[in-house]
Design a protein around this ligand. Structure first.
Ligand code: ATP
Length: 330
């Protein structure tokens, strides 16, 4: 089963620049979560803080009983092996061919034979559609391919927690959709806890079980997709619709005068609100244990959910049932 990551009152500054403060959230074991937020709000800094690459000055991050904020280097190295991380730029070694890049963690952290390593590397390369690029250097493949090679490398040690920093950046829409499916399938197969940082609205709406949003140096919200996708919070609605109008501006925050001037503007006809259907694992794969736990949790807290969230969940459930009946009858 995946591992829970519990973040309590985390704060990080660089010198006098506060990046975010008092961030608390729990990545539920085996569920997929996504962290959103305008550029520069510190999402990458947050991911790096979880694995102790960046040390916040306050708060805790608990992974299997280890606080990665205060742990010594030796303990951190052990805990980091539970993570597979896809960094924003892929973070490949430029002088090593794709094959050796992907094999690197296996050679570094395991005693596997070259034959065993080969079988794992080729399996992961096939998973991300990169068979045939083994001998190429990172500089000889496209940005999107480097991303996928980075993902293959993040997966070779079968991590219990997978962190992906903008896995979709540099990918075309079709490959982004395929990547979303890949992460969903991976979760069904391994029950790994997954956190994805993304700007991609479609991915944010359809992939995760939980969503969170960083804005103005705070975590505005973090919770089940059912709550965030039906939220009235202006900053969430603006981001999930890619709207120009709303609290987020080019310099992250707009001043009040600009916000007041926008009040009369039509938010746009292509607004998507509510609970769009979530991606499902490819047919034939196991049912997601994380999803079962997610639904159980939602049921337990049912009476604390906003009225409109409950109505949306009920409507989505009824639509799903109707679709099943139609499929069974045909
Ligand atoms: N090692 C560092 N030293 C000093 N400042 C840093 C460091 N790393 C990040 N920052 C600053 O922290 C802020 C947040 O950066 P970060 O890369 O986490 O944002 P982000 O939300 O991931 O942005 P984007 O969506 O554009 O990738 C930026 O102002 C950045 O300059």
């Amino acid at each position: 089963m995946g591992v829970e990551v519990r973040v309590e009152a985390l704060s990080k500054s660089f010198g006098r620049q506060n990046i975010w403060h008092n961030v608390s959230l729990t990545l539920p074991a085996g569920e997929i979560s996504a962290l959103l937020g305008p550029s520069g709000t510190g999402k990458s800094v947050f991911l790096k803080s979880l694995i102790g690459l960046i040390r916040p000055e306050g708060g805790r991050c608990l992974v299997d009983g280890v606080d990665t904020v205060s742990a010594d280097e030796k303990t951190l190295l052990r805990t980091r092996r539970q993570f597979g991380v896809l960094f924003q730029d892929g973070a490949l070694f430029g002088s090593l061919p794709v094959y050796d890049n992907v094999a690197f963690p296996l050679r570094e952290h395991t005693r596997k034979t070259e034959a065993e390593i080969r079988s794992i590397v080729m399996e992961k390369l096939a998973m991300v559609g990169l068979v045939g690029t083994e001998r190429k250097l990172p500089g000889e493949i496209s940005g999107g391919m480097r991303k996928r090679a980075g993902l293959a490398r993040a997966l070779v040690l079968d991590p219990e927690i997978i962190l992906c920093d903008e896995p979709d950046s540099g990918l075309d829409p079709v490959r982004t959709a395929l990547l979303g499916q890949l992460l969903m399938d991976l979760n069904a197969q391994t029950d790994a806890t997954i956190l994805v940082v993304t700007h991609n609205i479609s991915l944010a709406r359809t992939l995760p079980d939980n969503l969170g949003m960083l804005f103005r140096r705070e975590l505005v919200m973090f919770g089940p997709r059912e709550v965030l996708l039906t939220s009235d919070e202006p900053v969430i609605g603006q981001f999930l619709n890619g709207r120009r109008t709303g609290p987020i501006g080019m310099a992250e925050e707009k001043d009040q005068a600009l916000l007041d001037a926008e009040r009369h503007l039509d938010p746009g006809e292509d607004e998507v609100r509510g609970l769009v259907p979530q991606l499902e694992p490819t047919p034939g794969l196991p049912e997601r244990r994380g999803l079962a736990r997610h639904r159980h949790r939602l049921g337990e807290g049912w009476h604390t959910l906003p009225e409109h969230t409950r109505a949306a969940v009920t409507a989505a459930h009824e639509a799903e049932q109707a679709q099943r009946r139609t499929a069974a009858a045909s």
